[in-house]
Design a protein around this ligand. Structure first.
Ligand SMILES: Nc1nc2c(c(=O)[nH]1)N[C@H]1C(S)=C(S)[C@@H](COP(=O)(O)O)O[C@H]1N2
Ligand SMILES: [Mo]
Length: 200
């Protein structure tokens, strides 16, 4: 049977990068709830709204003109696989938020994706350099099943926070639970603290 996981002992420097309870994989599993959306780039938009001075909406072409960076980071899925050294290209969330200018009351963000998928994070967590609205992975455009055309990437949290097919960010004063968080997954989702389920 196909087994994506390595069984050999890892060299210690690699092992040190794998959080507790995780197993290294070199494949890239596909994981999501529901179907893969068919996206028409001519009609696609990305929005920032809620507690911002300037609500904004970009077309795909406009979004591509925002400053992009490359960032290499690790993926840790709560289903226990980790994939190291993913090379992402995209727009730092910081850049997008700087244009919309969050109001002082804004402390949380709900990411909205196709079909109503949501993921919630503290605003502060989205300001890190490694947090991107990514459109390329390892030098190629995202494939449909990995989030084409755009996904959120938040390397310091379990990967369910990294919404595929993301369409906007809503700025909030109070935290609002996302899709998996409502189903009992941990709100903070730090893989190094093994925050898998609420109560862990
Ligand atoms: N829109 C959307 N994004 C999503 C999900 C989903 O169900 N819908 N699942 C999350 C989960 S649980 C994981 S582990 C990662 C998987 O990303 P991948 O399929 O690119 O590995 O996507 C996350 N983003
Ligand atoms: Mo996941």
């Amino acid at each position: 049977m196909f087994n994506p996981f390595r069984r050999q002992p890892l060299d210690p420097t690699l092992q040190a990068r794998i959080p507790p309870g995780q197993v290294l994989t070199e494949k890239w599993p596909v994981l999501h709830y529901g179907p893969v959306p068919k996206v028409d780039l001519a009609r696609w938009t990305f929005r920032v709204w809620g507690l911002v001075e300037q609500p904004l909406e970009w077309t795909w072409e406009q979004f591509l003109s925002l400053p992009s960076v490359e960032s290499v980071s690790d993926i840790h899925c709560v289903t226990r696989w980790s994939r190291l050294d993913n090379r992402w290209r995209g727009v730092p969330v910081r850049e997008v938020l700087a244009r919309a200018r969050p109001l002082p009351q804004a402390r949380f963000v709900l990411a909205h994706a196709e079909y109503g998928y949501t993921a919630n994070l503290p605003l502060e967590a989205l300001l890190d350099d490694d947090v991107l609205l990514a459109y390329e992975h390892d030098g190629k455009p995202l494939t449909p099943e990995h989030g084409f055309p755009l996904r959120l990437v938040v390397p310091k949290r379990y990967f369910w926070k990294s919404a595929k097919w993301v369409r906007g960010l809503e700025l909030l004063a109070e935290d609002r639970l996302g899709f998996w968080e409502q189903l009992g997954y941990h709100n903070d989702a730090d893989p190094w603290q093994e925050q898998r389920y609420w109560g862990d």
